[in-house]
Design a protein around this ligand. Structure first.
Ligand code: FAD
Length: 387
């Protein structure tokens, strides 16, 4: 393999580039990213960066020397608009044509939007999103309505509150986070909102955003209008696959690939939030930092081997920080769950999820040591041999 092109220059794309060099690839390496920025880290965008505790320079995933060491050709601020899986040819938004022996798809996901360009309505996925939102909330004192009480919505609400904003969170489901954590533990996490002076409205959808050029309120399905100076839509993401239409790859809520992140073409792999990989008999897409980072090593190994020789061990790990509490999760939630240390009332606990008596998942709030201990029971090596 003489040329590898990586599309997407965020966490998964950068890790793939680093892995290619670490695993001995000494050919031509090309990186294409539609954002103008050097690779940066997203988790702080809703936490310390939005809070103003850290700056842009603290978000770098690699410093200038580290990027230079990769010996890569970078096309930043340019979007890949077409890929042909049959011959590895790529077209960029400025008309550049690239030909590669291997392609790594790392185009992640984009936030779902609301409001059709109404001023004051935000999403939080990119550095530019975070800068724009921070500009409006930095001085506090504004009314913020967060739509969606998932992890991004909850973290944004927490940060807006810490900055002195008046915050309301609206969630269509009766219990926030119940799909990820189950109803009991979803409710425990959601309880943090009201304990910290944030109103939580659940079980009702949003009918419309009000305002002519700038948002003035959020109208709920029952006609109630919540006054708002700023609205943040935390309503999920969609994988960035439009550019792959007609590529010959299988696209279905992500780039469909096998257990080793290899697509139907052995010279094309997919990593990170865009990859829908095979896991325990189904195809799953994860939207977590650790999965994106870990998939890169496995995918590159398979790309260089020209076949699936390693599988991604999906450990389902993620963390979140809300109202000064650290939430950690690993594995899979199940209907049966119990607190094994601490208590929900203290907001300091470790819980395990069980199926047929076996522990399938671990959840912790402010209990990193017992979490790590219990998680070990679930952990497998990040790379397991195929077959
Ligand atoms: C605000 C926020 C907070 C988060 N907090 C946590 C957390 O606490 N814990 C956790 O586990 N995870 C967290 N995550 C999730 C984590 O950041 C993601 O899982 C991770 O960023 C995925 O990396 P990725 O490289 O796959 O995709 P992305 O980070 O989405 O990067 C994809 C890149 O590809 C670019 N791109 C897209 N299409 C094209 C194209 N056609 N051509 C060229 N480039 C393209 C995109 O612009 C982007 O730069 C958070 C995410 C956000 C947004």
């Amino acid at each position: 393999m003489r040329t590898v092109t990586i599309v997407g220059t965020s966490l998964a794309g950068l890790r793939a580039a680093q892995e290619l060099r670490a695993q001995g690839f000494d050919g031509e390496l090309v990186l294409v990213g539609d954002e103008p920025h050097r690779p940066y880290d997203r988790p702080p965008l809703s936490k310390d960066f939005l809070l103003g505790k850290i700056g842009v320079e603290d978000l770098e995933l690699a410093d200038a020397a580290g990027l230079l060491e990769l010996g890569a050709r970078w096309h930043l601020g340019r979007r890949a608009v077409r890929l042909s899986a049959s011959d590895g040819s790529l077209t960029l938004s400025d008309g550049t044509e690239l030909k590669s022996d291997g392609v790594v798809i790392a185009t992640g996901a984009s936030a779902r939007t609301l409001g059709d360009g109404l001023a004051g309505v935000h999403t939080l996925r990119t550095l530019d999103d975070a800068v724009a939102l921070r500009r409006e909330i930095a001085d506090g004192g504004v009314r913020v309505v967060v739509i969606g009480a998932g992890f991004i919505g909850a973290e944004t609400a927490s940060t807006c509150r810490a900055l002195g904003c008046d915050v309301t969170v609206v969630e269509a489901a009766p219990v926030p986070l119940s799909r990820a954590l189950g109803p009991e533990f979803g409710a425990a996490c959601a309880g943090l909102h009201e304990e910290n002076g944030v109103r939580l409205v659940t079980g009702i959808g949003v009918a419309a955003l009000e305002g002519d050029t700038r948002v003035t309120g959020v109208r709920l399905a029952d006609g109630t209008v919540l006054g708002a100076d700023v609205v943040v839509a935390g309503i999920g993401v969609r994988p960035n696959t439009e550019w792959l239409d007609g590529s010959g790859l299988v696209i279905d809520n992500g780039v469909v690939c096998d257990e080793g992140c290899v697509t139907a073409s052995p010279n094309i792999v997919a990593v990170g939030d865009v990859a829908r990989f095979r896991h325990e008999g189904a195809h799953v897409r994860t939207e977590h930092w650790t999965s994106a980072a870990e998939q890169a090593g496995v995918a590159v190994r398979n790309l260089l081997a020209g076949a699936t020789v390693a599988h991604h061990a999906n450990r389902g790990y993620f963390w979140s920080e809300q109202y000064g509490h650290r939430i950690q999760f690993a594995g899979q939630a199940a209907a049966e769950a119990e607190v094994v240390e601490g208590s929900l009332a203290e907001r300091k606990f470790v819980a395990t999820y069980l199926r047929d008596g076996a522990v399938t998942g671990v959840l912790a709030m402010d209990s990193p040591k017992p979490f790590t201990r219990l998680r070990r029971g679930l952990a497998r090596a990040a790379t397991v041999p195929a077959g």
